[in-house]
Design a protein around this ligand. Structure first.
Ligand code: GDP
Ligand code: IMO
Ligand code: MG
Length: 429
């Protein structure tokens, strides 16, 4: 049996989608366990280029079951459109898709409630993807959620929707928004549900059978460790658990079943939305990273903030996730730089004293910290054609080894392009 979790080690967009697609060629089952359609995972493989937000990245392997576990929140419009779009590429995903009826459903009022919160917070807003993720998780934990189970029965759905609209509509109206019509919401959601109904089936038994048969399971994390609701830079974070530990509850497998944890980290740092990012660069180098890395959000199209690799944060997220192998991605984006910096810690603003442990401070303190850097020589040549570690220029090899040493996990993969084959695999010692 092998169960591999793929998780992001920074603020999301580390290229988890590319690695799940790559590893899925050997998988029997690929499952999402957290987040919702705030995720945007890009895959470039022989079947085409896909930007998926909910569908697990096993859809390109015709033998793999694709599972959306109960820890995921589902926007039915996104799911229906995504399935249609994958089908239009000639891939049959419907017969292999299992969406847990335990998933909470994003309702039309969730993005509106989120808008009210974000507007009220003004300058201190989180800078969300606007998908209603915070409000749907808030309803879930306060027992106000509507689950896919509820949509199967018109009467149950109608009753729950009436209660929620009796709470949400006065709230929306108090902030100058029109009330939502019961009939319009009911019809819209039921109609979407009917289009995907055959895929709404509890995957628990399938997953357990697969474990018992010794199958290969791949768990696809969304977001990244620094966006985790507990351990991330709260309140500049997301609403779900983004860590490997979340895969257990988010899918329904015992923690000891997870045999490998592949942590994905970009060779530099990016962040979309607000919140502290100590290594952010607002100069020409930052611009180079943004342009060369095509750093624009998959879901919102917003430019991603860019900066140097933060080894202090990644060392922490490696430990938090129990990473067994690291995938260092987008190394090629650094190809033109003469000098490259790596953050190895922070200085406190008042005393100039070195801060040894990131996890002792919160987002406000992190915002004030100044990064301490080491500097390495760049390689100033293309790495895009490299397929073996020894194909990389010596300076690039030294950079990879330095990161390995600083974050405390072995690098198993280096990615030098978006395509599936633009990957260097490094055998474990
Ligand atoms: P995810 O959310 O973690 O799956 O990452 P995204 O798909 O949002 O963002 C990663 C982006 O980088 C995508 O556009 C990928 O196609 C692209 N990409 C992945 N790996 C590499 C790489 O090694 N080099 C370059 N230049 N682009 C890459
Ligand atoms: P993938 O899976 C990057 C960020 C948002 C915002 C914060 C909260 O593609 O890596 P939310 O809409 O979740 O309430 O927004 O989290 N965020 C992401 N940033 N990649 C993602 O997903 C993200 N999902 C959420 O930008 O700062
Ligand atoms: Mg993304």
């Amino acid at each position: 049996m092998s169960v591999t979790a793929v998780v992001g080690l920074q603020w999301g967009d580390e290229a988890k989608g590319k690695f799940v697609d790559l590893l899925s060629t050997e998988a029997d089952l690929v499952a999402r366990f957290n987040g919702g359609d705030n995720a945007g995972h890009t895959v470039v493989n022989p079947m085409g280029t896909f930007k998926v937000r909910l569908t697990p990245n096993g859809f390109s392997n015709p033998h793999a079951a694709c599972v959306i576990g109960p820890g995921v929140v589902v926007n039915l419009a996104t799911l229906v459109n995504e399935v249609k779009s994958i089908e239009s590429s000639g891939i049959d995903v419907r017969s292999r898709l299992w969406v847990s009826p335990r998933c909470n459903v994003i309702m039309p009022y969730h993005p509106l409630v989120e808008k009210i919160y974000e507007q009220a917070k003004s300058a201190s807003r989180t800078g969300t993807t606007g998908r209603g993720i915070g409000p749907v998780f808030a309803d879930k934990v306060s027992y106000n959620g509507i689950r896919l189970f509820d949509l199967a029965d018109e009467r149950v759905f109608a009753e729950k929707l009436r209660v929620q609209l009796s709470i949400k509509n006065p709230f929306l109206q108090a902030f100058g928004m029109p009330a939502l019509s019961f009939e319009a919401v009911f019809d819209e959601i039921r109609n979407l549900y009917l289009q995907i109904q055959e895929c709404v089936r509890e995957p628990y038994g399938l997953v357990q059978d697969m474990l018992a048969r010794g199958g290969q399971i791949l768990l696809e994390g969304a977001q990244g460790a620094l966006l985790d609701n507990i351990w991330g830079t709260y309140p500049y974070c997301t609403a779900s658990v983004t860590l490997a530990g979340g895969a257990s509850a988010g899918l329904g497998i015992a923690p000891q079943c997870i045999t490998q944890i592949v942590g994905i980290a970009k060779a530099y740092t990016t962040r979309v939305g607000a919140g502290p990012m100590p290594t952010e660069l607002e100069d020409e180098v930052g611009k180079t990273l943004q342009v060369e890395g095509q750093e624009y959000g998959t879901v919102t199209g917003r430019p991603r903030r860019c900066g140097w690799f933060d080894a202090e944060l990644v060392r922490f997220t490696v430990q938090l996730n129990g990473v067994t192998r690291l995938a260092l991605t987008k190394l090629d984006v650094l190809d033109t730089l003469p000098q490259i910096k790596i953050c190895i810690g922070y200085r406190l603003p008042e005393s100039g004293e070195r801060l040894r442990r990131y996890w002792e401070i919160d987002a406000t303190r992190l915002e004030q910290c100044e990064p301490v850097y080491i500097e390495m020589e760049g390689w100033q040549q293309s790495t895009r054609a490299a397929r073996r570690f020894t194909d990389l220029p010596p300076q690039a090899q030294a950079y990879v080894h330095k990161i390995e040493e600083l974050v405390g996990a072995p690098v198993g993969y280096v990615s030098v392009g978006a395509e599936r084959n633009a990957t260097i695999q490094i055998a474990a010692d």
